[in-house]
Design a protein around this ligand. Structure first.
Ligand SMILES: N[C@@H](CCC(=O)N[C@@H](CS)C(=O)NCC(=O)O)C(=O)O
Length: 262
């Protein structure tokens, strides 16, 4: 099988492409990252791969399929390659199979955009300390984390799990829906630099859920590789902010992986 290509920009700080890489690695599929500077993603030839001019795009040479939007890519990978139901449920668990879609959509429409805007107004927006916007997206991010927290708590009760047993969003195993949250979670420390989030205290289930995912060999390997990329590559992120008049500077993610710095 040929490697599935995932497009990302140096130095790999952007969280979205890693969602796809985590799923690929967890499914044991061969993958490679195609590095493309941020300055080249808004024009051809990249926009033929992703008309939205954002990262990632995925090219699967085995099936001649090119896709964009991480939710769609994850759905494709699971439907095409997860025949053993490693990260999903089959028709024998019909409702759970579809409930995974609710969580994936929630990650795409909730966690990604709200966490992203919180980072924007905290670190990048030209007008510094725009407190109403910082608060709005901070509160929304926490509300979203509260939805996950409440669900994990209910799942623990429903399944009669002990306090230190791992618990997942749907059913009794870690799925693609859980893993889709990992890369944005790793930015939590940078999102609340003023210390206004104590993850372990405010969202204890969420905290342990994230640690259980980042402790999985496949996910751990990808996050370590990501750290290595961030350390070793020159960042092209300035190209994103330089074309946006409402941007001031790049965020400084001193620690880009892990939630223990939250
Ligand atoms: N909803 C999209 C989000 C993609 C996205 O925003 N990607 C970021 C990198 S993590 C990006 O391309 N940023 C550069 C830009 O906005 O120009 C997905 O999930 O694929």
């Amino acid at each position: 099988m040929q490697s599935i290509k995932v497009y990302h920009a140096p130095s790999g700080q952007g969280p979205n492409p890693w969602k796809v890489v985590i799923v690929l690695e967890e499914l044991g599929l061969p993958w490679e990252i195609v590095w493309i500077p941020y300055g080249e993603i808004k024009s051809e030839p990249y926009t033929s791969l992703n008309p939205n001019g954002r990262l990632p795009a995925m090219v699967d040479p085995n099936k001649n399929v090119t896709l964009w939007e991480t939710g769609a890519i994850i759905n494709y990978l699971v439907a095409t390659y997860d025949k053993d139901l490693q990260l999903t449920y089959g028709d024998d668990r019909f409702e759970e199979k579809w409930l995974l879609q609710s969580w994936l959509m929630f990650q795409m429409s909730g966690q990604g955009p709200m966490f992203g805007q919180k980072i924007w107004f905290t670190h990048i927006h030209v007008e510094q300390n725009l407190q109403t916007a910082i608060d709005r997206y901070g509160n929304e991010s926490k509300r979203i984390m509260g939805v996950v927290e409440g669900t994990l708590r209910k799942q623990r009760q429903k399944l009669g799990l002990a306090a230190d047993d791992p618990v997942w969003l749907v059913g009794d195993k870690c799925t693609y829906a859980d893993l889709a949250f990992v890369p944005w979670n790793t930015l939590l420390g940078s999102m609340f630099p003023d210390g206004s989030l104590d993850l372990a205290k405010e969202f204890p289930e969420y905290y342990r859920w994230h640690l259980n995912m980042t402790g999985r060999p496949g996910t751990k390997k990808v996050l370590e590789y990501r750290e290595e990329c961030i350390r070793s590559m020159s960042d092209t992120g300035a190209q994103v902010v330089s074309r946006q008049k409402d941007a001031r500077q790049l965020p400084k993610y001193e620690k880009s992986v892990g939630v223990d710095n939250a």
